[in-house]
Structure formats: structure tokens, C-alpha cells
Ligand binder design. Structure first.
Ligand code: IVH
Length: 680
């Protein structure tokens, strides 16, 4: 395809795919099957790879991320991002109404909106194109998180219809409750700390350096405020409608309320159903509808006088603390969990509440038998927020955090500066072993589906697997006839089923198939603390083989993008343990992949054959992507500059030391564009 032909096709595809994205995500009315959509996107991706200079600023391929932001630039808000005055009482809302009426000549009409519990974002559009997305920061200036925000599919990259040339759109970035639960489960399965609530998860996501990772998070956006010069609208409601027509995601719950009575009715009605909403809200925002009246009312230093937030009180219930259990996870972290007398709270029965760690128990000074207050705020798991001391039994004694593992009896450890206690007996502590085995076979790791549904537990109980490498020693004879007891459906009776020929065959072929699972997944499957999917991928892309990883010094580990002291230290410690090395050798002997597959079919060309590159700084693509590209074209990546280096590929903010060294040794320094040209 010629350059002009590609240009036209890229423009067509960009438009078409953006339209389908809008129909799918915004209107929930897809017009074509997923497969056709994927084909269009694939075609565009291929063309953009071939002609990188033709990628449009609203390309839907930006939605999958890839850009890395090392440091977020600070941007000053054109219009400060204010907060809202708030209240918890209906009476104060009536006062607000009276106050306003005193200033205004005509009666105000209100718009009630949900108060989304996320983080506010300012979206700046010029001539219909999204130029910047800025966080609230201190209200005067915030962080430029544009690359990350572009991955959120309900935020238009280009506006549709008849829009003004320059606008700023304020809204909230949130994580849906469902997506949040799933995301947290995945985090826990990887041994990562779960986020306390969807708001924290959304805020954490926007500050990530790798936008491809942001793209994987279930984020959404609601827009609720339009700013700009000489806009044609008379009311807030009209401007919200315009936002909708331009392609923004607007809440369906926004309602016009002619009087304060209607406002209060809206608040009560929404209060009853707020827990059924798919996202968290912490109240209702009440805004004066007329923009002329808004102007008349004006602003205080901190907030508009024309709006107020009504906040719902977090629901609480009092109940008795019966006992505390201690749960040991796959990584050995010990979590105290309170057993409560069952109590109704925000639509569910609460029987258990997390007590997080020893510090929290101490801070609450909670004792067994106490009447405690449980609260369901933004959190999915209810928490204990206080103790009713008037009801305390005279003899109730303080909780002493266990010193030994409840499962294996080992003495617990607590690292300096860490809140969690850990059981160090990772090789003999049953829930840790079971957790590691389950992690090993899980979908994102070795993906041995035929071992799911409690079969691992049977193998473990029968003493057949103690270590992940043991899976590869299983034979037909060992498995046939093993028995598993399950609860018969619909009854309380137990039923025993035994492993029959078919299921044994399935298990064995699943294990056999896992030998071709790529090394990055194998490395994740090992279950090393802090090594989640992304970290495993980064390490494997960098080191390529298990042997290189085993040899790597801490300094070399630290050279890898996103690998800090904590992870490097953990890896170093892991590789020092004989038993781990033996496991790795057993996996090797079984034929599991311990090297990254450098399949010849992945080779794109020989253009960089024999050339060595040092890649440094920030690029429009992630550094890993660039390094992969170098290798796919036959080149080699090295960590530091020497006289043997062929090129230094310099991105933005490349260290001055490196640049100096390259100049001294006379090594050509390439920009990303020069590099692209090498490949065409
Ligand atoms: S309007 C000038 N509308 O609440 C007023 N804010 O406490 C601009 N928020 O920082 C804000 N839902 O992050 C507005 N429907 C809504 C909102 C909303 C949530 C947040 C926003 C703001 C904070 C104010």
C-alpha cells in the first residue's frame, strides 16, 4: 500500500472504529459482531505499525495503551477545580434554598445529580480533539494523565456533532463495583494487596506509569460540568445534554427538580436504592439550573454558591464480636477476621469483618465479646469502626495477636515497617502450599483447567503433590480411583466420586499441555511474592531465560523497568533457597518452558542484524516494546554503553551521563524517529 492510500484507509478505520466504540460502550448498542470489530482494529494496528507517522491523535489503538509516563507533567487549571460545600441534613438543604432565594430575583430550579465517589478529572478539548486530561491536584494545578485517560473507552478522543472550538469538561473517573471485585480478586490471587475500595483503585490506576496496564483496569467516566468561553447554553441541564450529544458519558440519573421538595424526594428515593447502583456514590449534588442565576450567585474562595453536596451517612450497625480467626494466604500473610453475630447492614447480612492487621486491632482496642460498630462505607468488606465501651464486659481482656501460625505452628514474622505478619514456613504450611499449587494451575499461570474444582485439594490430601513440580510426576496409576467427597446438589448429604479413566486422562493431558505455556507465565506461576503477571512479563522480556534470571545481580534486576528494591530483594532471596532451585530444576527436567520463545516466525526482518542498542529515556511506545522491536529485526539490546555499542536510542529525559558517554565514544545517538527510519 502506498503512503497516501494508507493515509486514507487509516482515517476511515479510525472513524469507523471510534463510531463502533461509541455504540458499544456508550449506547450499549453494538452494530457489528465482536469478531468484525476485532478485524477492523487489527487492520488499523497493522497499518499504523507499518506507517507510524500516520497514526491519528484520536486513534482507537490508543485505547490499549502502551505509552509510558515516568513523571506526570504539572498543568495549571484554566478554571480552578473547586470543591463543594456539603451537608448531611435536610434542614441545612432548606437553609441553602432560603439563602439562595434571598440573593436571586426569580425562584431557582435545581438539577440533582449523583455524587460519584471517584476522582475528578478535567478534560481539555481543542477543535474537538482531546488534548489534555488533568487531575484535580490542589485545585490550582494537577497532573497531566492524558495517556492513561485515553484508555478509558467512555471518554471521547474526538467529539461528534456541533461542538465549540475550546471546551473543558469536568467529570469523575470511577471503577464499577463488579469490575473492582474481580480486579481485587485477581490482585489477591497474585499475592498483591487488594485496594480498599473502588475509589482508591481508580486513583491508583490513573497514576500508573504504563498505560497498557491502565487499559486493563475496569475504569469508567461520568461527565457533569462544562466550561468554556461564550457557550450558547442557558441552563446546566442543556449543557449536560450537549455533552451527551458530543459523545460524553452522562448519568441517566440526573434529574430536573423544580423545587426543594422535589430535591428532597430525589435524595430519599436515591438513598434507598443507592446500594444497588453499579458504582459507589457518596451523596447527591444539587446545582442551580439557570446559568444566569449561577453567575449571579458566584463563588466563595473554595466552592460555588450555586451548588451543594448532600452526603449520605455511611450506614452502621452494632453487633457482638464473637471471635477472631486468622487466615493464612498463599504468600503467608496472616489476616485477622472478626466473626460477628449476624446483623443486617445496607441490604446484606454481615457475619464477618476484616480487622486487617495487628495495628488496627490495637488502635481500636477491640476485645472479644465487645459490642462493635460495623460500617459499610465505600468498602466491599465491612469494617469495624468503633467499640461501644458502655457495653464492655468488665473482664474482657485485650486481643493478643497470635504469635504462631494457626495452620502450621511456625513462629510468625513481621518485617520492619510492614503492617502484616507472615508465616515464614512456606514449604510446610498447608494453606500456603495449597495456595501455591492452586496459583500454579490457575488460568493466568499454567492454565491446567482439568485440575480445577477441588481436584488439587484431593491430590494434596492424598500426599501426591506438595510442590508445584510434583504435578509432573503424576501418572495414570497414581490418579485412577482417587476419591473426592462433595456435597450432593440440593441436599446436605455427601457423595463420593472417584477419578475415572476419562478424568485422569484429562488431567494428564492438561499437565502435558502446560509444558508449552510460555516462560513469562511459568515465571508468574512460581508464585514469588510481589511477582504478579506484569512484573513477570517485564523480567522475562528483559532476561529471556531462567538461567539469566538466576545469574542476575540485584543491580541488574533493578535495571528493569518498574522493578524496585522490594521486588529485587524478594527475587534475590527466592533464588538463594536451595529448595526453590531444586523445584526449578525439576520443572526443567519435566520439559516446562524456561526460556522465552524466540520463534523464527516472530522475526520481522534482519535489518538490525549484528547491531547492539542501548535504549534509554521515554518514548511514544513503552521501552519494552522498542526492545522487542529491535530483537524482532535481528538486533540486540545491552544495558550499558561501551565501545561495542552500535547505537544509543535516546528518548525524552535520557540521563545526561549516558549522553556524555555516547558522545565521548563517538556512538551515534538516534531519536525515535531516526530509529523508525532504520526499520523502513
Ligand atoms: S460538580 C464547581 N458534580 O465532588 C463544582 N462534582 O466535593 C464542580 N463530584 O471535586 C463539581 N459527583 O470530584 C460535581 N455530579 C457531580 C459530582 C461531583 C462527584 C465530586 C467532584 C468534586 C467533588 C466536590
Amino acid at each position: 500500500m502506498t503512503h497516501p492510500e494508507a493515509q486514507q484507509r487509516i482515517a476511515e478505520l479510525t472513524d469507523q472504529i471510534n463510531r463502533h466504540n461509541y455504540l458499544y460502550y456508550q449506547l450499549a448498542k453494538p452494530a457489528i459482531p465482536d469478531y468484525d470489530f476485532d478485524m477492523l482494529l487489527e487492520e488499523l494496528t497493522a497499518l499504523e505499525n507499518q506507517f507510524p507517522d500516520l497514526r491519528l491523535p484520536d486513534s482507537p489503538t490508543l485505547r490499549v495503551g502502551g505509552a509510558i509516563t515516568k513523571e506526570f507533567a504539572t498543568i495549571r487549571h484554566r478554571y480552578p477545580m473547586l470543591s463543594l460545600g456539603n451537608t448531611y441534613s435536610e434542614e441545612e438543604l432548606r437553609d441553602f434554598d432560603l439563602r439562595i432565594r434571598k440573593i436571586l430575583t426569580d425562584s431557582p430550579e435545581y438539577v440533582c445529580e449523583l455524587k460519584f465517589d471517584g476522582l475528578s478529572i478535567s478534560l481539555i478539548y481543542e477543535n474537538g480533539l482531546l488534548m489534555h486530561a488533568v487531575t484535580r491536584g490542589d485545585g490550582i494545578q494537577g497532573d497531566d494523565v492524558t495517556e492513561n485517560v485515553k484508555t478509558i473507552r467512555t471518554i471521547p478522543l474526538r467529539l461528534q456533532g456541533d461542538f465549540p472550538s475550546g471546551i473543558e469538561v469536568r467529570g469523575e473517573i470511577i471503577m464499577l463495583k463488579k469490575g473492582f471485585e474481580k480486579f481485587n480478586e485477581e490482585r489477591m490471587a497474585k499475592g498483591e494487596t487488594p485496594f480498599a475500595n473502588p475509589r482508591n483503585a481508580a486513583a491508583g490506576s490513573l497514576k500508573m506509569q504504563d498505560s497498557a496496564e491502565v487499559a486493563r483496569r475496569p475504569l469508567d467516566n461520568f461527565s457533569y460540568f462544562l466550561l468554556g468561553e461564550n457557550l450558547p447554553f442557558k441552563t446546566h441541564f442543556e449543557s449536560i445534554n450537549a455533552l451527551k450529544n458530543w459523545g460524553f458519558h452522562i448519568s441517566e440519573y440526573t434529574q430536573l427538580c423544580p423545587s426543594m421538595d422535589d430535591v428532597l424526594a430525589f435524595i430519599r428515593k436515591t438513598g434507598e436504592k443507592r446500594h444497588q447502583l453499579p458504582f459507589d456514590i457518596d451523596g447527591i449534588v444539587i446545582k442551580v439550573n439557570s446559568l444566569a442565576q449561577q453567575q449571579q450567585l458566584g463563588y466563595t474562595a473554595k466552592s460555588p454558591r450555586w451548588a451543594i453536596a448532600y452526603k449520605y451517612k455511611a450506614e452502621q450497625a452494632a453487633t457482638k464480636l464473637l471471635s477472631i480467626d486468622y487466615q493464612v494466604g498463599r504468600t503467608g500473610a496472616v489476616t485477622p477476621v472478626a466473626n460477628l453475630e449476624p446483623v443486617r447492614l445496607s441490604g446484606t447480612t454481615v457475619k464477618r469483618a476484616s480487622l486487617h492487621n495487628a495495628d488496627i486491632i490495637e488502635k481500636l482496642d477491640v476485645r472479644i465479646g465487645d459490642t462493635v460498630l460495623v460500617e459499610k462505607g465505600g468498602e466491599i468488606i465491612p469494617k469495624i469502626v468503633g467499640v461501644d465501651l458502655s457495653k464492655r464486659d468488665l473482664f474482657a481482656s485485650a486481643v493478643v495477636f497470635i504469635s504462631h501460625c494457626p495452620e502450621c505452628g511456625a513462629l510468625l514474622e513481621r518485617a520492619e515497617g510492614e503492617a502484616a505478619h507472615y508465616c515464614p514456613n512456606e514449604d510446610n504450611c498447608p494453606p500456603q502450599i495449597r495456595g501455591k499449587l492452586e496459583h500454579f494451575i490457575s488460568r493466568k499461570a499454567m492454565n491446567i483447567e482439568s485440575l480445577g474444582e477441588g481436584k488439587v485439594e484431593v491430590l494434596y490430601n492424598n500426599g501426591l503433590v506438595r510442590n508445584i513440580a510434583d504435578f509432573y510426576q503424576l501418572t495414570f496409576d497414581k490418579l485412577l480411583g482417587l476419591e473426592k467427597t462433595i456435597e450432593a446438589s440440593g441436599t446436605k448429604k455427601e457423595k463420593t466420586i472417584s477419578f475415572r479413566e476419562r478424568s485422569v486422562q484429562n488431567i494428564l493431558s492438561g499437565i502435558e499441555a502446560s509444558k508449552s505455556i510460555p516462560f513469562e507465565k511459568v515465571f508468574f506461576a512460581l508464585g514469588i511474592r510481589y511477582v504478579g503477571e506484569t512484573v513477570a512479563k517485564k523480567l522475562v522480556n528483559h532476561f529471556k531465560t531462567m538461567d539469566n534470571l538466576l545469574k542476575a545481580s540485584k543491580e541488574e534486576l533493578l535495571e528493569v523497568e518498574e522493578i524496585g528494591e522490594k521486588i529485587a530483594g524478594q527475587l534475590e532471596a527466592y533464588f538463594k533457597v536451595d529448595k526453590h532451585l531444586q523445584t526449578i530444576e525439576k520443572l526443567r527436567a519435566a520439559g516446562v518452558q524456561l526460556e522465552q520463545n524466540t520463534d523464527a516466525s516472530e522475526k520481522l526482518s534482519e535489518k538490525l542484524q549484528g547491531k547492539t542498542f542501548v535504549v534509554s529515556g521515554i518514548f511514544s511506545r513503552s521501552r519494552d516494546e522498542i526492545k522487542e522491536l529491535i530483537e524482532a529485526h535481528g538486533g540486540k539490546n545491552v544495558g550499558s554503553i561501551s565501545k561495542n555499542t552500535s547505537y544509543v536510542l535516546a528518548g525524552e529525559k535520557m540521563g545526561p551521563e549516558k549522553l556524555k558517554k555516547a558522545t565521548q565514544l563517538g556512538i551515534p545517538v538516534l531519536s525515535e524517529e531516526d530509529f523508525n527510519n532504520l526499520l523502513v
